[in-house]
Design a protein around this ligand. Structure first.
Ligand SMILES: CC(C)(COP(=O)(O)OP(=O)(O)OC[C@H]1O[C@@H](n2cnc3c(N)ncnc32)[C@H](O)[C@@H]1OP(=O)(O)O)[C@@H](O)C(=O)NCCC(=O)NCCS
Length: 154
């Protein structure tokens, strides 16, 4: 599958940055996820568009800093952990292997990192990739926290 990832860059001198613009709202992505707040200069986030034949088929929001130690049985990833904070495949393009391919491209792009994701109701997707599911270390808290999925060691 021929997908291209394009990282979005903050325009020089722009303090409050919206990586995705309001003009693009209503075009097949969840507007609440992509237009809700500006990104400040000290942010550890990265944003990518995923294109197929020049058409945007997915979006990714990564976070360079993520805490996972409050979950049970997690490996000591430290700063190697890279969070997929959000991945969304365009509504019209789901179920065709794009999500799986995007994760594989992220793995190739950041070979020294271990990808992690807090599942937003997509446990089946992360499990299908062979990622391990972790719950909060305190069983009484587990139902209030999203399950954490960790990419297997390469
Ligand atoms: C979850 C999402 C990224 C998956 O992308 P996709 O391109 O539709 O998924 P793929 O076609 O690559 O599917 C890969 C596997 O995941 C499974 N899968 C995909 N979405 C799933 C879901 N929501 N629940 C359960 N399984 C799912 C597929 O059945 C497939 O399994 P298989 O390889 O055993 O056949 C996409 O459906 C999406 O954008 N959903 C809305 C946003 C979202 O939930 N993002 C995740 C936030 S943590």
């Amino acid at each position: 599958m021929d997908l291209t990832m394009v990282e979005l860059n903050r325009p020089l001198g722009e303090r409050l940055w919206f990586p995705f613009t309001y003009e693009e709202a209503g075009l097949g992505f969840n507007d609440r996820w992509w237009y809700n707040s500006p990104v400040y200069p000290d942010s550890k986030s990265l944003f990518l568009r995923v294109l197929q034949n020049n058409i945007e088929v997915a979006r990714v929001h990564l976070d360079n800093e993520v805490a996972i130690d409050h979950y049970a049985d997690v490996p000591p990833l430290g700063a190697t952990a890279l969070e997929i904070q959000l991945v969304e495949v365009h509504n019209d393009h789901r179920g065709r292997g794009i999500g799986r391919t995007v994760v594989s491209l992220l793995h190739n792009r950041y070979p020294d990192r271990r990808l992690v994701a807090f599942s937003e109701g997509a446990d089946g997707f992360w499990s299908s990739l062979g990622w391990r599911r972790h719950l909060h270390a305190d069983p009484e808290e587990a139902s209030s926290f999203r399950p954490l999925f960790i990419q297997p060691e390469a």
